[in-house]
Design a protein around this ligand. Sequence first.
Ligand code: MTE
Ligand code: MO
Length: 548
Amino acid sequence: MAHRLYGSRWHGIALGLLSTFAGLAVAELITGLVEGASSPVLPVGQEIIDVVPPGVKDWAIETFGTADKAVLILGTFVSLAVIGSIVGILAVRGARAAAYAVTSVVGLIGVWAVSMRPAPSFGKMLPAIVGTVVSIAVLWWLSPRSVSDTDLAAGGAEVAPADGPAEVSLSTDLMPVAGATRRGFVFGAGIVALGAVVLGGVGRVLKRRFDVDDEREALMLPEVDDTSPVPPAREATEAAIDGYDFEMEGLTPFVVPSSNFYRIDTALSVPQVSKDDWSLRIHGMVDNEMELSFADLLERPMIERPITLSCVSNRVGGDLVGNAVWQGVRMKDLLEEAGVDPAATQTVSRSIDGWSCGSPTSVIMDGRDAMVAIAMNGEPLPAEHGYPVRLVVPGLYGYVSATKWVTEIEMTRWEDFDGYWVPRGWAKEGPVKIMARIDRPSNGRRLERSADGSVDIAGLAWAVHRGISRVEVRIDDDGEWRECELAGVPSDDTWRQWRYRWDDFTSGEHSVTARAYDGDGEAQPLGPKDVAPDGAEGYHSVRFTIDG
Ligand SMILES: Nc1nc2c(c(=O)[nH]1)N[C@H]1C(S)=C(S)[C@@H](COP(=O)(O)O)O[C@H]1N2
Ligand SMILES: [Mo]
């Protein structure tokens, strides 16, 4: 049996997977040894993200939610495993030159993908390079040798680019050839597998020392100078209550805990930016170019505001939206200090990972609480939400305003630059649209009667920076619109909870639809419109059952 396996397709697959795995493990080790070194897997995934049509990306986000990255990484691994298997089969069938060549090409793709990331350096590419060399070495060491082997290797020198099949073939006679026999293969495979697990594991552990977790935990936030005066909340209805939160089961809380806050970005691994390495450059069409360190930023007057952040990719009823309390320095103050040229109609911001966006300067400067934020919900920003510093602009979707890991603000003309998502099919301007969402009941669920015998429907509505003045629900398709009770709000920059106590309910199956009005009384558009190019429109509707 084992004899028949030797030299078979399965033998090839085992060899190929082993060489792939060993290469990846050593790449992982290098990322733990060299600060800033990049695993090639993530950038390859990133390049895939960049080339997929927006439709596919939307589908991925919808299907996999915010796990789309994990899916992408998994996809990259599966592709590597498939290619690796083919390489292994080539190697055991005597086509070793071809096996080396394919491995080199895959490695070069990894190096290329890393080089496409911002600020490429040799150190960043090192894991891909060393990993590829190790993959080839494993192939060479564990491939079966035959009499014609020297010929094959010599052929390889012509076909295979780069990493030295030629040298390899020269030393064939000098090195112990474990792959020459079946037993040698089993022995060598065991050593390689064990070595890969150990080295890869060591790399993972070592990599943790580059995390910002410790410094983030140790960071003391400066005092807030200004928690009030929040612009007066619109008291649109008498039903509005003082508190911001109805505290109902199944209803998202007014302030979303940071650990539950939605996350959207193009970064496949969360950038780990130390506050000591961080700086913010304000340049372009300004009188005084500025470069602020983290300490400089902390010295400025700090405001703290609850602001609702939402994603343009949020579908009707979706959860790519959240409200948090942000602390930071007003962008307006900083820009006034820099002295903005009146012709600089666009405020461009860029992040350490090369992402960018542009907001209308008029919006940033109109007095709203657009801020350079350092804290979220009373703590330093979590790494995935932009540690150490990000932007938050009330009233604009995140993709045109909320740059995480921000390092640069450039004042320019509206027509002179397009942010990351604009050439990818998204609108250049992204004001947040009016939206109502039903949280309770969730679709298809049973709704229990409350203690006082009513049935409570509840949700959230937002029209960030314009506020919400009214929410209505319609029960069943032929029902009339009924006005909801609204929770209080500290400002027009947050979402607003609403609820409807249904007293004259009947048991059985029902549907409920919600719609909102903004602070100016403008009604939520009926749509329906898809998320691209400038945000979804439509009424959220859910079906539910009341037990008899
Ligand atoms: N550096 C960087 N900042 C970014 C993004 C990004 O991809 N990279 N995505 C933006 C988008 S599309 C949104 S909706 C918000 C989401 O912020 P959150 O992840 O903190 O919720 O971040 C914005 N800031
Ligand atoms: Mo977004």
